[in-house]
Design a protein around this ligand. Structure first.
Ligand SMILES: C[S@@+](CC[C@H](N)C(=O)[O-])C[C@H]1O[C@@H](n2cnc3c(N)ncnc32)[C@H](O)[C@@H]1O
Length: 249
């Protein structure tokens, strides 16, 4: 019998999430590709179309993990541009730094430890910002959005890729059946963490429970100051890409 799962409280969330991602960092990229049923590259192609960063731009990848989106941004901004990825988890960053060092963007991308809710950058430092699969994991979405807004230059664009709660009840039920049944099995069968306090895939399977709907997230973008906000959904509404721009140039 597995111990009932209790999600971390907002106060515990940061430490919990850091420990969780440190623990799964080595297998993170491979598991994602399997779990997305081959859609990972497709979602990222759509994401890149929406970011459309210009050559020479300076981009912040918030909660960069192992650097997937940092590398996609680097391919857009090129060698004259700059990408800084920040993340809480040193384990994820370590895997990311090895990937960056082995590729053509080692002089463009820097991955460093940092907190999305307290960004260590001056106001108006970046032309653009990205965040992938991480908004669910921060303890405060409003704080994170207002920090990203603060560090963007006027005219800067923020694009956020994340899982989403589908609006159709039928799709939602099917999706949650997959999400809430299969993911916790990874903990029990592969990680053997059935009784542990930090159960990575059980946590991830529950992480959409209190996450805003795609429309609510648009409203939160607006409250943080973003103008021209909107979103696209993919995979029957189970994935959403939100975008917003800081008014200005
Ligand atoms: C699911 S991973 C996504 C990683 C990467 N963006 C990607 O597209 O694969 C979520 C990441 O968010 C990071 N994270 C969660 N809360 C954070 C915070 N407050 N500040 C910085 N990173 C955070 C975690 O450490 C983890 O690496």
């Amino acid at each position: 019998m597995t111990t009932p799962y209790t999600p971390p409280s907002p106060d515990e969330k940061e430490a919990y999430v850091r420990e969780l991602f440190d623990r799964i960092a080595r297998d993170y990229d491979a598991v994602n590709r399997v779990m997305s049923a081959g859609q990972w590259e497709r979602w990222h192609r759509t994401f890149v179309e929406l970011t459309a960063f210009r050559p020479g731009a300076c981009v912040l990848d918030v909660a960069c993990g192992t650097g997937d989106l940092s590398l996609l941004a680097a391919a857009q901004v090129g060698r004259d541009g700059r990408v800084i990825g920040i993340d809480l988890s040193e384990g994820m960053l370590e895997v990311g730094r090895a990937r960056v060092a082995a590729g053509p963007y080692r002089d463009t991308v820097t991955l460093q430890q940092g907190n999305a809710m307290a960004l260590a950058f001056e106001d108006a430092s970046f032309d653009g910002a990205t965040m992938g699969w991480a908004m669910r994991n921060v303890a405060s979405i409003p704080k994170t959005l207002s920090e990203i807004f603060r560090v963007l230059k006027p005219g800067g664009r923020f694009v956020c890729l994340e899982a989403s709660r589908p609006e159709s009840r039928i799709v939602r039920q099917g999706f949650f059946l997959y999400w809430k049944t299969l993911l916790p099995l990874i903990d029990r069968v592969f990680l053997k963490t059935g009784e542990a306090k930090v159960r990575p895939y059980t946590y991830l399977s529950r992480s959409l429970d209190h996450y805003p709907t795609a429309r609510e997230l648009v409203r939160m973008f607006g409250e943080a100051g973003f103008a021209v906000t909107g979103y696209e959904t993919l995979m029957m509404g189970t994935v959403a890409i939100h975008h917003g721009q800081k008014r200005g140039a």
